[in-house]
Design a protein around this ligand. Structure first.
Ligand code: GLU
Length: 609
């Protein structure tokens, strides 16, 4: 058997915590992990792992996390990671779930060596296409006397169950059909009598050796569970075992909810005389109230994370840290990891460290920190902002579209719903037909991609979510309604009569009273003097910098309180917080900037009048 390094450190909890308690309450755990104590050595050979989702729902952060753990173990050991679609529960299939599954995994940045879409030496990788194999294996168990046909009808089983519960017994199958002779059963089956096939369990359930939970013993004897259902499809338990064996899976990392089922799986492995893979059951994700995460949890499904514009690598990094920690031996302690870091940390000194938390894992909000960190890292590493922007572009464009729709449909007098401020039209240079380079955007995109690239160059590092980004850069995309200038200036009414401009010649410093409209007029004149081609950060700074610094107001405490940059922010963005002002002016271009200065000047004049 290949080897895997198990380290059980500070993260290990004492005993199963709350919500797992129910699942494990009747279970026995031995206190030590499966093999050889706290640092037992596991794969030195390549691991074959799998992600085996059922297309009965979409990928969520819990399943992405399981997929990632399996992926990393395979990559860290130079093994293979495969995807297998477990679609045996035909009644619960969600029509587009399979298609979305591949789309989501690819978006997240995972790749697989074998799978339904790419094939592989042990295919097909979709259980509904492997029915013949399950039939053959079930027949083998029938032949060996390890399984039997059960003709009990669903109604009979219901009655049996009810009776058992009434008599306070476990509602397990009462083995009625195990007494039918094999010949008789085969004859009835040949006559078309509906039946399922059950596995004949030993009275004592086998022990499970789990890399996270240690030795696990089922607290109750196993019942004769179904392996082939009446519809001819295998059950999850059976198909899973047959496939993991035939696909030569060495390690199964999956959610802790499957631990209670694993004695059944081990019983099947034993009945076939197969070696079972190694199991690592990872704690379930729970919310702050210790409830299992479900679809009701806002950010459970991957789609909601995508809509929030999370970078795929930030999401992977986030889910990886939910219940797993990098090797303690690793020199690099940073929690911010790209894919290579993850693989490298998972395989430090070429051993995969299954440093998993035992028990439930409460989700946290580290995603915000990781998103910012990855955004900064990606933008500083990537010479091409486009590639970073590409992964969040759909969500960003969606949000812009939404704001546009609201703007167009809303009464002008109501504050803008999503941005919390009122917006004018999209700035001309952002428009599809008038982007800075003259490249037009597609009909469905209100803003040219070139413009968004430039905006990302300007402020991508502050991106956390599309809406936050739009709020921060609202007036880089939309014009400023006059009313905004007015409101923001009136908020500073108290100092408007005390504005001064300071001039110094030699030792002497003089201050002149000024009106805001006069400041704006002076600013306009200076900026007009800069030609289009010289419209650069440096030129703007040297042209208007001294003037801006000379602007202040007289207060009770101080004869001169600087106010120039606040004035400029009012002019450029109606006082909205955002990126550095001069860079914003460069970004907006000379035309839009001068238009804003003129508009600000007029508003000031009207207020002063
Ligand atoms: N099809 C099961 C699921 O979707 C797979 C469990 C396993 O990995 O064995 O959870």
């Amino acid at each position: 058997m290949s080897s895997l390094y198990v380290v059980r450190g500070a993260l290990r909890r004492q005993g199963p915590p709350q919500s797992c308690h129910r699942i494990f309450s009747r279970s026995n755990f031995f206190s030590r992990p499966a093999r050889g104590g706290p640092t037992s050595l596991l794969p030195s050979t390549p691991a074959r792992t799998r992600f085996a989702p059922s297309p009965t729902g979409y990928v969520h952060i819990g399943s992405l996390r399981t997929a990632l753990f399996n992926y990393l173990l395979a990559r860290a050991t130079g093994g293979q990671f495969l995807v297998r679609v477990e679609d045996t529960d035909q009644k619960r299939l969600v029509p587009d779930a399979e298609e979305k599954l591949f789309e989501d995994l690819k978006w997240a940045g995972l790749s697989w060596d074998e799978g339904p879409d790419i094939g592989g030496p042990y295919g097909p990788y979709k259980q509904s296409e492997r029915l013949q194999s399950y039939k053959e294996h079930a027949n083998q168990l029938l032949k060996d006397g390890r399984a039997y046909r059960c003709f009990c009808t669903p109604e009979e089983l219901d009655t049996m169950k009810k009776l058992a519960l009434d008599e306070s017994r476990d509602p397990v199958y009462n083995k009625t059909c195990s007494h039918i002779s094999a010949e008789d059963a085969a004859r009835r089956a040949a006559n078309g009598q509906e039946h399922c096939i059950r596995f004949k369990c030993d009275s004592v359930a086998p022990l499970v050796q789990d890399l996270v939970y240690g030795t696990y013993k089922s607290p109750v004897p196993l019942d004769d569970f179904i392996i082939i259902k009446r519809d001819g499809f295998p059950t999850y338990h059976f198909a899973n075992v047959v496939d993991d064996h035939l696909m030569k899976i060495t390690h199964v990392i999956r959610g802790a909810e499957w631990l209670v089922s694993t004695p059944r799986h081990v019983a099947l492995y034993n009945a076939f005389g197969w070696e079972s893979p190694q199991f690592a059951h990872v704690g379930l994700l729970v919310d702050q109230k210790k409830q299992k995460l479900s679809k009701r949890f806002g950010s459970f499904n991957l789609s909601s994370w995508k809509e929030q514009g999370i970078l795929p690598i930030a999401l992977l990094n986030y889910v990886l840290l939910l219940g797993w920690s990098p090797s303690r031996d690793s020199k690099e302690k940073s929690e911010i990891m790209d894919m290579n870091d993850m693989i490298q940390k998972a395989s430090y000194t070429l051993q995969f460290h299954l440093r998993f938390t035992k028990g439930d894992v409460t989700v946290n909000s580290k995603n915000e920190f990781l998103q910012k960190a990855h955004m900064r890292k990606s933008l500083s590493e990537s010479s091409n902002t486009e590639s970073v922007l590409a992964s969040i572009l759909p969500s960003l464009l969606n949000s812009i579209r939404k704001c546009e729709e609201n703007r167009v449909s809303q009464d002008d007098s109501t504050p803008h719903k999503d941005l919390g401020v009122r917006i004018g039209q999209l700035v001309r240079c952002a428009h599809s037909t008038e982007s800075p380079s003259g490249t037009s955007s597609t009909a469905s995109s209100p803003v040219s991609q070139i413009y968004l690239n430039a905006l990302f160059d300007l402020d991508g590092k502050s991106f956390t979510s599309p809406m936050d980004f739009l709020k921060r850069n609202v007036y880089h995309l939309w014009e400023i309604p006059e009313q905004q200038y007015r409101v923001r200036l009136q908020e500073q009414q108290a100092l408007l009569n005390n504005i001064v401009v300071r001039e110094s010649s030699g030792e002497e410093v003089q201050q002149y009273s000024q009106k805001v409209s006069e400041l704006a007029a002076t600013l306009l004149e200076s900026l007009q003097g800069i030609s289009e081609e010289n419209w650069t950060e440096q030129n703007i700074k040297s042209t208007i910098g001294p003037f801006i610094k000379s602007i202040g107001y007289v207060s009770d405490e101080k004869p001169f309180q600087a106010w120039g940059w606040k004035f400029l922010r009012w002019v450029v963005s109606a006082s909205a917080a955002g990126p550095a002002l001069i860079l914003s002016m460069v970004f907006l271009g000379k035309g839009e900037t001068l238009a804003r200065v003129s508009q600000a000047c007029q508003v000031a004049q009207s207020i002063e009048a």
